[in-house]
Design a protein around this ligand. Structure first.
Ligand code: SF4
Length: 329
Protein backbone atom coordinates (compact mmCIF):
# COMPACT_ATOMS: atom_id res chain seq x y z
CA UNK A 1 0.00 0.00 0.00
CA UNK A 2 1.29 3.46 -0.89
CA UNK A 3 1.58 5.51 2.33
CA UNK A 4 1.91 8.68 0.23
CA UNK A 5 -1.82 8.74 -0.56
CA UNK A 6 -2.97 11.87 1.32
CA UNK A 7 -5.87 13.06 -0.76
CA UNK A 8 -8.72 11.51 -2.65
CA UNK A 9 -8.56 12.56 -6.29
CA UNK A 10 -11.52 14.08 -8.11
CA UNK A 11 -11.90 11.19 -10.56
CA UNK A 12 -13.31 8.93 -7.81
CA UNK A 13 -16.58 10.85 -7.67
CA UNK A 14 -16.63 11.30 -11.44
CA UNK A 15 -16.25 7.54 -11.80
CA UNK A 16 -18.94 6.79 -9.19
CA UNK A 17 -21.41 9.04 -11.01
CA UNK A 18 -20.74 7.20 -14.29
CA UNK A 19 -19.30 10.34 -15.85
CA UNK A 20 -15.83 8.95 -16.43
CA UNK A 21 -17.25 6.31 -18.76
CA UNK A 22 -19.54 8.84 -20.45
CA UNK A 23 -16.69 11.27 -21.14
CA UNK A 24 -14.43 8.45 -22.33
CA UNK A 25 -17.09 7.31 -24.82
CA UNK A 26 -17.62 10.88 -26.06
CA UNK A 27 -13.90 11.40 -26.56
CA UNK A 28 -13.50 8.04 -28.31
CA UNK A 29 -16.18 9.11 -30.74
CA UNK A 30 -14.03 12.15 -31.57
CA UNK A 31 -11.28 9.87 -32.90
CA UNK A 32 -13.45 9.43 -35.99
CA UNK A 33 -12.85 13.08 -36.82
CA UNK A 34 -10.06 14.02 -34.50
CA UNK A 35 -10.23 17.37 -32.73
CA UNK A 36 -8.42 16.30 -29.60
CA UNK A 37 -5.96 19.16 -29.85
CA UNK A 38 -5.84 22.65 -31.28
CA UNK A 39 -4.78 21.36 -34.70
CA UNK A 40 -8.23 19.84 -35.34
CA UNK A 41 -6.98 17.63 -38.20
CA UNK A 42 -10.40 15.93 -38.44
CA UNK A 43 -8.85 12.66 -39.62
CA UNK A 44 -10.51 9.32 -38.88
CA UNK A 45 -8.02 7.67 -36.56
CA UNK A 46 -10.31 4.67 -36.04
CA UNK A 47 -10.04 3.94 -39.77
CA UNK A 48 -6.27 4.30 -39.74
CA UNK A 49 -5.90 7.88 -40.95
CA UNK A 50 -3.10 9.83 -39.30
CA UNK A 51 -3.06 13.51 -38.43
CA UNK A 52 -0.25 15.85 -37.44
CA UNK A 53 0.63 13.78 -34.35
CA UNK A 54 1.00 10.62 -36.49
CA UNK A 55 -0.88 8.65 -33.83
CA UNK A 56 -3.60 6.15 -34.57
CA UNK A 57 -6.16 4.50 -32.33
CA UNK A 58 -3.68 2.28 -30.47
CA UNK A 59 -2.19 3.64 -27.27
CA UNK A 60 1.60 3.83 -27.48
CA UNK A 61 4.07 4.61 -24.70
CA UNK A 62 7.84 4.84 -24.65
CA UNK A 63 8.65 4.37 -20.94
CA UNK A 64 7.37 4.69 -17.38
CA UNK A 65 8.74 4.81 -13.85
CA UNK A 66 9.26 6.95 -10.74
CA UNK A 67 10.88 10.22 -11.84
CA UNK A 68 12.88 12.39 -9.44
CA UNK A 69 13.73 15.18 -11.87
CA UNK A 70 10.28 16.78 -12.01
CA UNK A 71 9.20 19.79 -9.94
CA UNK A 72 9.61 19.26 -6.22
CA UNK A 73 5.87 19.32 -5.40
CA UNK A 74 5.45 16.36 -7.76
CA UNK A 75 8.53 14.46 -6.67
CA UNK A 76 8.18 14.83 -2.91
CA UNK A 77 9.89 16.56 -0.01
CA UNK A 78 13.54 17.42 0.28
CA UNK A 79 15.60 17.70 3.44
CA UNK A 80 18.97 19.43 3.52
CA UNK A 81 18.81 19.74 -0.26
CA UNK A 82 18.58 15.97 -0.75
CA UNK A 83 15.59 14.04 -1.93
CA UNK A 84 14.40 11.79 0.87
CA UNK A 85 14.05 8.68 -1.20
CA UNK A 86 13.03 5.50 0.56
CA UNK A 87 14.44 6.32 3.97
CA UNK A 88 12.36 4.32 6.46
CA UNK A 89 10.63 6.14 9.28
CA UNK A 90 10.58 9.61 7.73
CA UNK A 91 8.45 11.23 5.08
CA UNK A 92 9.56 9.82 1.78
CA UNK A 93 10.14 11.20 -1.65
CA UNK A 94 8.33 8.69 -3.79
CA UNK A 95 8.93 10.46 -7.05
CA UNK A 96 6.45 11.31 -9.76
CA UNK A 97 4.97 8.30 -11.53
CA UNK A 98 5.73 9.34 -15.09
CA UNK A 99 4.33 7.64 -18.17
CA UNK A 100 5.77 8.95 -21.44
CA UNK A 101 3.34 8.74 -24.34
CA UNK A 102 4.76 8.28 -27.83
CA UNK A 103 4.12 10.99 -30.43
CA UNK A 104 3.14 14.61 -29.92
CA UNK A 105 0.68 17.10 -31.34
CA UNK A 106 3.15 20.00 -31.26
CA UNK A 107 6.44 18.59 -32.64
CA UNK A 108 8.80 21.45 -31.77
CA UNK A 109 12.00 21.52 -33.82
CA UNK A 110 14.02 21.78 -30.59
CA UNK A 111 12.36 18.81 -28.85
CA UNK A 112 14.49 17.07 -26.21
CA UNK A 113 12.61 13.80 -26.74
CA UNK A 114 12.87 13.79 -30.53
CA UNK A 115 12.97 10.00 -30.89
CA UNK A 116 9.77 9.61 -28.91
CA UNK A 117 7.79 12.58 -30.20
CA UNK A 118 8.91 12.91 -33.84
CA UNK A 119 10.14 9.42 -34.64
CA UNK A 120 7.48 7.46 -32.74
CA UNK A 121 9.76 5.37 -30.56
CA UNK A 122 7.70 3.22 -28.20
CA UNK A 123 5.39 0.22 -27.88
CA UNK A 124 1.67 -0.24 -28.42
CA UNK A 125 -0.06 -1.37 -25.25
CA UNK A 126 -3.58 -2.29 -24.22
CA UNK A 127 -5.81 -0.25 -21.90
CA UNK A 128 -5.47 -3.02 -19.32
CA UNK A 129 -1.68 -2.84 -19.45
CA UNK A 130 -1.67 0.93 -18.95
CA UNK A 131 -3.98 0.49 -15.95
CA UNK A 132 -1.57 -2.10 -14.58
CA UNK A 133 1.32 0.36 -14.98
CA UNK A 134 -0.59 3.05 -13.05
CA UNK A 135 -1.23 0.63 -10.20
CA UNK A 136 2.39 -0.47 -10.25
CA UNK A 137 3.55 3.16 -9.93
CA UNK A 138 1.13 3.63 -7.03
CA UNK A 139 2.46 0.51 -5.31
CA UNK A 140 6.01 1.80 -5.85
CA UNK A 141 5.27 4.81 -3.62
CA UNK A 142 4.89 7.52 -6.30
CA UNK A 143 2.95 10.66 -5.36
CA UNK A 144 1.01 10.98 -8.60
CA UNK A 145 0.48 9.54 -12.07
CA UNK A 146 2.15 11.95 -14.47
CA UNK A 147 1.11 11.56 -18.13
CA UNK A 148 3.78 13.20 -20.26
CA UNK A 149 2.44 14.51 -23.61
CA UNK A 150 -1.02 12.95 -23.17
CA UNK A 151 -3.21 15.16 -25.39
CA UNK A 152 -3.36 13.00 -28.52
CA UNK A 153 -4.24 9.90 -26.46
CA UNK A 154 -6.85 11.45 -24.17
CA UNK A 155 -9.66 8.88 -24.74
CA UNK A 156 -7.32 5.90 -24.49
CA UNK A 157 -5.88 7.23 -21.21
CA UNK A 158 -9.36 7.76 -19.74
CA UNK A 159 -10.34 4.22 -20.68
CA UNK A 160 -7.33 2.88 -18.79
CA UNK A 161 -8.10 5.18 -15.89
CA UNK A 162 -11.54 3.59 -15.53
CA UNK A 163 -9.94 0.18 -15.20
CA UNK A 164 -7.28 1.42 -12.77
CA UNK A 165 -9.81 3.24 -10.56
CA UNK A 166 -11.95 0.12 -10.29
CA UNK A 167 -8.81 -1.74 -9.17
CA UNK A 168 -7.86 0.79 -6.48
CA UNK A 169 -5.99 3.71 -8.06
CA UNK A 170 -6.03 6.68 -5.67
CA UNK A 171 -3.21 8.99 -6.84
CA UNK A 172 -3.77 12.42 -8.41
CA UNK A 173 -3.50 12.58 -12.20
CA UNK A 174 -0.99 15.07 -13.62
CA UNK A 175 -1.74 16.29 -17.16
CA UNK A 176 1.74 17.23 -18.39
CA UNK A 177 0.97 18.72 -21.79
CA UNK A 178 2.54 21.05 -24.37
CA UNK A 179 -0.12 23.75 -24.10
CA UNK A 180 -1.40 23.51 -27.70
CA UNK A 181 -4.75 22.22 -26.49
CA UNK A 182 -8.33 22.35 -27.65
CA UNK A 183 -9.99 24.19 -24.73
CA UNK A 184 -13.24 22.27 -25.34
CA UNK A 185 -11.41 19.01 -24.68
CA UNK A 186 -9.96 20.44 -21.49
CA UNK A 187 -13.52 21.08 -20.26
CA UNK A 188 -14.15 17.33 -20.67
CA UNK A 189 -11.37 16.64 -18.16
CA UNK A 190 -13.09 18.48 -15.32
CA UNK A 191 -13.29 16.25 -12.28
CA UNK A 192 -10.77 13.83 -13.79
CA UNK A 193 -7.45 15.71 -13.84
CA UNK A 194 -6.26 17.00 -10.46
CA UNK A 195 -3.04 18.70 -11.51
CA UNK A 196 -2.63 20.43 -14.83
CA UNK A 197 0.97 21.04 -15.87
CA UNK A 198 0.96 22.78 -19.27
CA UNK A 199 3.97 24.27 -20.99
CA UNK A 200 3.49 27.90 -21.94
CA UNK A 201 6.04 28.10 -24.73
CA UNK A 202 5.39 31.10 -26.97
CA UNK A 203 3.92 34.55 -26.56
CA UNK A 204 4.22 35.50 -30.23
CA UNK A 205 2.97 33.96 -33.42
CA UNK A 206 6.11 34.23 -35.52
CA UNK A 207 8.38 31.88 -33.48
CA UNK A 208 5.44 29.57 -32.73
CA UNK A 209 4.91 29.25 -36.49
CA UNK A 210 8.57 28.82 -37.31
CA UNK A 211 9.46 26.31 -34.60
CA UNK A 212 6.16 24.46 -34.01
CA UNK A 213 3.96 25.26 -36.98
CA UNK A 214 1.40 26.59 -34.52
CA UNK A 215 0.65 30.25 -35.36
CA UNK A 216 -2.22 30.47 -32.84
CA UNK A 217 -0.24 28.84 -30.02
CA UNK A 218 -0.63 31.77 -27.60
CA UNK A 219 -4.39 32.09 -28.17
CA UNK A 220 -5.07 28.36 -27.77
CA UNK A 221 -2.75 27.94 -24.82
CA UNK A 222 -4.07 30.96 -22.95
CA UNK A 223 -7.69 29.79 -23.35
CA UNK A 224 -6.76 26.28 -22.24
CA UNK A 225 -4.82 27.54 -19.22
CA UNK A 226 -7.77 29.72 -18.19
CA UNK A 227 -10.03 26.66 -18.30
CA UNK A 228 -7.53 24.56 -16.36
CA UNK A 229 -7.31 27.22 -13.65
CA UNK A 230 -11.09 27.55 -13.53
CA UNK A 231 -11.32 23.83 -12.78
CA UNK A 232 -8.52 23.31 -10.26
CA UNK A 233 -7.29 26.75 -9.12
CA UNK A 234 -3.77 27.56 -7.94
CA UNK A 235 -1.48 24.72 -6.94
CA UNK A 236 -2.26 23.30 -3.50
CA UNK A 237 0.05 21.09 -1.52
CA UNK A 238 0.05 19.01 1.65
CA UNK A 239 1.98 20.19 4.70
CA UNK A 240 4.86 18.10 3.38
CA UNK A 241 4.89 20.09 0.15
CA UNK A 242 3.37 17.46 -2.09
CA UNK A 243 1.07 18.72 -4.85
CA UNK A 244 -2.48 17.44 -4.62
CA UNK A 245 -4.47 19.71 -6.92
CA UNK A 246 -4.11 22.81 -9.06
CA UNK A 247 -2.24 24.42 -11.91
CA UNK A 248 1.52 24.29 -12.40
CA UNK A 249 2.78 26.17 -15.46
CA UNK A 250 6.15 25.57 -17.10
CA UNK A 251 7.84 28.33 -19.05
CA UNK A 252 11.12 27.70 -20.84
CA UNK A 253 13.32 30.77 -21.30
CA UNK A 254 14.72 30.79 -24.84
CA UNK A 255 17.66 32.63 -26.37
CA UNK A 256 16.97 36.04 -27.92
CA UNK A 257 13.62 36.10 -26.11
CA UNK A 258 12.10 33.82 -28.74
CA UNK A 259 9.61 32.62 -26.13
CA UNK A 260 8.12 36.11 -25.70
CA UNK A 261 8.35 35.71 -21.93
CA UNK A 262 6.95 39.11 -21.02
CA UNK A 263 3.64 38.56 -22.81
CA UNK A 264 3.22 35.15 -21.19
CA UNK A 265 4.07 36.27 -17.67
CA UNK A 266 1.82 39.33 -17.97
CA UNK A 267 -1.02 37.07 -19.05
CA UNK A 268 -0.47 34.72 -16.11
CA UNK A 269 -0.23 37.55 -13.58
CA UNK A 270 -3.24 39.47 -14.87
CA UNK A 271 -5.60 36.80 -16.26
CA UNK A 272 -4.80 33.76 -14.12
CA UNK A 273 -3.39 34.62 -10.69
CA UNK A 274 -0.29 36.16 -9.16
CA UNK A 275 -0.30 33.10 -6.86
CA UNK A 276 0.28 30.85 -9.88
CA UNK A 277 3.06 28.30 -9.57
CA UNK A 278 5.29 29.03 -12.58
CA UNK A 279 8.41 27.00 -13.13
CA UNK A 280 10.63 29.37 -15.12
CA UNK A 281 13.12 27.01 -16.66
CA UNK A 282 16.66 27.77 -17.80
CA UNK A 283 17.62 24.47 -19.37
CA UNK A 284 16.99 25.22 -23.03
CA UNK A 285 19.76 23.61 -25.13
CA UNK A 286 19.85 23.47 -28.93
CA UNK A 287 18.94 19.92 -29.86
CA UNK A 288 17.35 17.99 -32.70
CA UNK A 289 16.68 20.33 -35.63
CA UNK A 290 17.36 23.49 -33.62
CA UNK A 291 20.85 23.95 -35.06
CA UNK A 292 19.26 24.70 -38.43
CA UNK A 293 17.50 27.80 -37.09
CA UNK A 294 19.34 31.04 -36.45
CA UNK A 295 18.57 32.37 -32.99
CA UNK A 296 17.76 28.91 -31.65
CA UNK A 297 21.26 27.51 -31.89
CA UNK A 298 22.57 28.62 -28.51
CA UNK A 299 21.62 28.41 -24.82
CA UNK A 300 20.07 31.46 -23.16
CA UNK A 301 22.63 33.47 -21.20
CA UNK A 302 22.44 33.80 -17.43
CA UNK A 303 21.49 37.42 -17.89
CA UNK A 304 18.61 36.55 -20.22
CA UNK A 305 17.29 34.09 -17.65
CA UNK A 306 17.62 36.48 -14.73
CA UNK A 307 15.81 39.22 -16.65
CA UNK A 308 12.79 36.91 -16.98
CA UNK A 309 12.91 36.10 -13.28
CA UNK A 310 13.12 39.80 -12.44
CA UNK A 311 10.16 40.52 -14.68
CA UNK A 312 8.11 37.78 -13.01
CA UNK A 313 8.85 39.32 -9.61
CA UNK A 314 7.87 42.79 -10.83
CA UNK A 315 4.56 41.36 -11.99
CA UNK A 316 3.92 39.92 -8.53
CA UNK A 317 4.66 36.27 -9.30
CA UNK A 318 6.70 34.40 -6.69
CA UNK A 319 5.89 30.69 -6.72
CA UNK A 320 7.78 28.02 -8.63
CA UNK A 321 11.12 29.74 -9.25
CA UNK A 322 14.13 30.87 -7.26
CA UNK A 323 14.75 34.60 -7.01
CA UNK A 324 17.15 35.07 -4.11
CA UNK A 325 20.01 35.67 -6.56
CA UNK A 326 18.22 38.64 -8.11
CA UNK A 327 20.22 41.18 -6.14
CA UNK A 328 23.22 40.14 -8.19
CA UNK A 329 21.71 41.84 -11.25
S1 SF4 B 1 -4.57 14.79 -31.67
FE1 SF4 B 1 -4.34 16.77 -32.68
S2 SF4 B 1 -2.64 16.47 -34.12
FE2 SF4 B 1 -3.37 14.43 -33.55
S3 SF4 B 1 -4.85 13.89 -35.15
FE3 SF4 B 1 -5.98 14.78 -33.42
S4 SF4 B 1 -6.22 16.94 -33.92
FE4 SF4 B 1 -4.56 16.09 -35.23
Amino acid sequence: MNSNIKYLPGYLQTHEKGLLKKRTDQLYFLLESCELCARKCRVNRIEGELGYCKSGKELKISSYGPHFGEEQPLVGPKEGGLLMANIPGISKSGGSGTIFLTGCNLLCVFCQNYNISHLGEGHSISSEKLAEIMLHLQDSGCHNINFVTPTHFTPQILKSLQIAVASGLRLPIVWNCGGYENPEIITQLQGIVDIYMPDFKFGNSSPATKFCDAPDYFEQCSEAVKEMHRQVGDLKMTEEGIAIRGLLIRHLVMPNDLAGSEKILKFIASEISTYSYVNIMSQYRPQSEAYQYSGLNRCPTGEEYLQVIQLARKLGLSRGFQYKHLNRL
